[in-house]
Design a protein around this ligand. Structure first.
Ligand code: ADP
Length: 260
């Protein structure tokens, strides 16, 4: 049941009445579950044929099968890009449905922040180079280890870095800083000097499918990356947030617990 209480008060704030709304939402919940299961099944089913398209593309690019001219090569590259995107979207939808059905499985271990950082920075190296955006890393070797799901945390950091690069101006710098906050928490933060986000949208940025209206960068995103990042971090009892000024840039951060 969904319930809500509305109090009625007089001019001196004295309660003079109360309305209680009760609504049976079982049916909505069942529908929502059916939707989530549907998304999980479809994205799972799509993954296999898309992966096989990708493999065939790889074969076509192999000169041994026969040379392709430059026009054909360009077309193959386009298909390859779109296929990569399709795989990303299906992957995100699958992650999302796992979160929604409470099936998110975390694989905890102890990891040094530097390992997470090195891996993520390497993953976005090519994207950064294309825009001549460099990543300045500040991560002490003597920071304590964190207790985290390594894959999911790395995924989050890669996502924040890709966004930072995507919304940065060419030839700028993205600052990745890892530091100890409080006694038992480590904070990872990614700051860019790009377009920034209007204050009115900051509270909505982690919502599913939300994209800042009229955002300059390409509109190819799904608006799911940050929503999943939030789920991944909160499932590890961490916090995730953002500070931003329009035209100045944004700083996204998340925290993880120090290993025992
Ligand atoms: P998308 O796949 O659209 O990038 P995200 O969930 O990662 O989805 O981001 C949601 C929206 O938040 C983006 O569409 C963009 O409008 C805004 N956003 C995210 N990161 C930044 C950033 N570093 N600077 C400016 N806007 C950003």
């Amino acid at each position: 049941y969904y319930s809500k209480e509305i109090l009625s008060v007089d001019t001196r704030n004295k309660v003079i009445g109360k309305v209680i709304i009760l609504k049976n939402i079982t049916e909505y919940q069942q529908l929502d579950e059916a939707k989530t299961n549907f998304i999980a099944t479809v994205s799972h089913e799509l993954k296999t044929p898309i992966s096989s398209i990708k493999m065939s593309l790889k074969l076509l690019e192999d000169e041994r099968i026969g040379a392709v001219n430059s026009e054909q090569k360009q077309l193959l590259e386009n298909i390859d890009d779109d296929t990569r995107r399709l795989l990303q979207i299906t992957g995100e939808l699958l992650d999302l449905s796992q979160v929604e059905t409470g099936k998110l499985h975390l694989n905890f271990g102890n990891a040094h922040p530097k390992n997470i950082v090195d891996y993520a920075v390497k993953a976005v190296k090519f994207t950064g180079e294309q825009k001549q955006v460099s990543i300045s890393v500040q991560c002490d070797d003597n920071l304590p280890e964190v207790r985290a799901d390594l894959d999911k945390t790395t995924w989050v950091l890669i996502n924040l870095l890709s966004n930072a690069i995507k919304y940065s101006h060419e030839k700028s710098v993205v600052d990745l800083v890892v530091k100890k906050v409080k006694n038992d928490e480590i904070e990872f933060s990614v700051a860019d000097h790009g377009q920034g986000i209007e204050h009115q949208y900051l509270s909505r940025i982690f919502e599913r499918y939300f994209k800042v209206p009229g955002s300059k960068a390409d509109q190819t995103g799904t608006g799911l990356g940050l929503a999943i990042a939030k789920d991944f971090i909160e499932a590890q009892s961490g916090k995730i947030g953002v500070e931003s000024d329009l035209g100045e840039g944004s700083r996204f951060y998340f925290t993880l617990k120090k290993a025992e």
